[in-house]
Design a protein around this ligand. Structure first.
Ligand code: ZN
Length: 312
């Protein structure tokens, strides 16, 4: 489906630490024995100098994990686990979709056979609908890095081990983009729900989440576009999902249960509190922070419907 764009939401996202934030150089994995070298904030060489940044994967990873948890509460088999073996205790969670689908499957078939979470975030067989850029320091709100001393607790004995220093971002802002393309309203809702939970501190970024680190505040700006010949039918605050915008062929391949119907009764549009204006290519709207939050709140319940509706 990625040969054509039917709808697209480009979010410019500003991430500000609410509690000290540490994205470690060399990865986000939690470790038992912290080493000073591992506790430095990740940096990138940019504009002639080294500066702290948030790799896109450091934002994407926690959002995906949280989306998987949300989906599992409704239908466990719609969030696969790349590490599940299908064995003891986790039999309702399928192992990796990518392994089950097979590498040579037709993209539309691979999409249909993948779980709901993979359909949004992708796997090694199907492309992701959502892309995360890296997040760079906002020149208007420089990132303040400080060293904090922390103490590791021995997990077995409960005694304290050597104190260690962590380099954390305690102020400033990082800016990047999240692009969602060819999405159903439920996929918009699931991504939105995860982002709102991140903004509410229900999930956090980086190292030391259990110590209260990594809570962030998000500010959004959005640019929403509907493209293609069907887009102009939706101009009055009525937001369709990709299945209503796609051409006949795409709909037949990716949404076979909806094909053959001019306006599929299972599909719906979302009444949104802003208007989409006609442009040369389709219709579009620029959204302020509050409008993006409203859009997420309106769309959030729809992933539950989509996950519940999906057979098998
Ligand atoms: Zn999957």
């Amino acid at each position: 489906m990625h040969g054509a764009v039917f709808n697209q939401l480009v979010l410019t996202v500003r991430i500000q630490p609410e509690t000290p934030l540490l994205i470690k150089s060399g990865g986000d994995a939690s470790i038992l024995e912290p080493v000073l070298a591992d506790m430095q904030f990740v940096r990138i060489h940019r504009n002639g100098q080294e500066e702290p940044f948030l790799p896109g994967s450091s934002v994407r990873g926690p959002l995906r994990s949280h989306a998987e948890r949300l989906v599992r509460t409704v239908k466990a088999e719609q969030a696969c686990s790349p590490v599940a073996t299908g064995g003891q205790g986790v039999s309702s969670i399928p192992s990796s979709c990518a392994r089950n689908v097979g590498r040579n499957a037709d993209p539309a078939v691979a999409y249909q056979r993948s779980c709901y979470t993979c359909r949004l975030f992708g796997n090694t067989v199907i492309a992701s609908r959502v892309r995360f850029s890296d997040f760079f320091a906002d020149p208007e709100r420089p990132v303040l890095l400080q060293y904090r001393t922390s103490v590791a607790i021995d997990r077995v004995l409960g005694t304290s081990m050597n104190p260690f220093d962590m380099e954390v971002a305690s102020d400033g802002a990082f800016v990047g983009t999240i692009t969602l393309r060819n999405f159903t309203l439920g996929q918009l809702g699931l991504l939105g729900a995860a982002l709102l939970d991140l903004n509410d501190g229900i999930i956090a970024l980086g190292f030391g989440k259990s110590r209260g680190l990594g809570r962030v505040r998000l500010t959004f700006n959005g640019r929403l576009r509907l493209l293609g010949p069907r887009a102009v039918q939706f101009s009055a605050g009525d937001l369709p999902g990709v299945e209503l915008l796609a051409d006949h062929n795409t709909r037949a391949r990716y949404f076979p249960h909806l094909s053959g119907k001019a306006t599929p009764s299972e599909s719906r549009t979302l009444k949104v509190p802003f208007s989409l204006d006609r442009t040369g290519l389709g219709v579009e709207a620029s959204l302020e922070h509050d409008q993006v939050v409203q859009l997420f709140e309106l769309a959030a319940p729809l992933w539950v419907e989509e996950v519940g509706r999906r057979a098998g």
